[in-house]
Design a protein around this ligand. Sequence first.
Ligand SMILES: [Zn+2]
Length: 463
Amino acid sequence: MSIIFADAWLITMNERREVLESASVCVEKDRIVAVSTRRDLEKRFPAAEIVDCKGRIVMPGMVNTHTHLFQTLMKGLGDDMVLKKWFTCMTGPSSVHLTPEDAHAAALHGCVESIRSGVTTLVDFMYVHTRPGMIKAVVEAFDETGMRGFVCRGFISLGEEYGVPRELIEKPEQAIGDARKQMRRYNKPGARVQVGVAPNMIWAVDEKGYRLTRKLADEEHALITTHLAETTFELETAKSRYGQTDTEFLSEIGFLGPDVLAAHCVHCKAHDIRILKHHNTKVAHNPCSNLYLASGCPPIPEMLMAGVTVGLASDGPASSNNHSLFQAMKFAALMQKGFHQDATILTAEKVMELATIDGARAVGLEKEIGSIEAGKKADLIVIDFNNAFMTPIHHPVSAIVYSALGNEVTTVMIDGRFVMRDGVVNSVNEAAVRRQAQISADDLARRSGSDKFKKRPWRSMAI
Ligand SMILES: [Zn+2]
């Protein structure tokens, strides 16, 4: 069965970055087979179903390179807090009480939210393993919604002195053993969902944890993701423990490599950036989270100038409050312009690359996804620009990055399957998913005591 997305304003993200007016895309099974005119494709694929895309933009599905899906249940509970309090009073206790059922409800909701805002590939960083079955719960949510991506088996091996709840701390051998088990279970060649491994951050993982992670990734050929240089606290701990930055230390012990996706890198200096480039380590940029938690403005232009691959991300909704990459695109551009007082420093076109083809490169899937070209996987989205926010329209990339709200996505195809069509999510029952997520969110807040933040007093002034 072939499908032709016909007469679209097509943002290809191919090598030449062609933006084509009135172009058509033909999909067969899970692959894009041709990009041409409607007339030509109708002739070549006479039995194809036609999806009329007049007045619509078609573009590659976006890649969200960093989130913690379970935090979907914690939206809004950690607003306006300094990071330490955010973690010790809200995110930490909520994590301790999380069950696999909660993780599943949260992941389903997070995947639906992502589909609705045009994301077709997600990297989930799951570091809560207080009970068995957390990875399975998230993988199943990917399976049910049709999402593509990586479920990374995270872990924390120390940090009680910094307020990490004891229940979240695991022995590295045990965490790595479990990660290996999950990889062997799920990582079949070409699988839409893969398991990766995710040591949390420099002050929460010991050297042994990083070394075992590297060994595991080498043996299983799996993706590694980790938090890097997110806050000044990470830099301070790295300095006092190892006498260097976390980037320098991880380079020195042989941890960094092209299979490492480092989230944040807010406080990476020129030397750290050179190290990232040297190892071809990739970066997941989380503009909304970095601003929400007041972590700072990462040196993205410097990384891009140095040739480091950067993908875009939302981060967990406990620190960005949704999974919208539309918001991430706009914030990514605006934060750099404001910070550098230079309107040219990050363009709409570059931000579109971060969200698509560069994100694909960041997770090692640039040959499969990230652009609309014959031979690639059929991961694409349709955006209806006939609304007051996106019109009058002159330039589709500008309209998407700066004008769109994100809810203009009407149709989403992942791996050749319509997971949303004409505004209706059809891989799962969205109403039931949202209902269950609210029940789980309320119950988790009550059990963990973070429901006190639901009834917070009005705070007009700093607290
Ligand atoms: Zn994170």
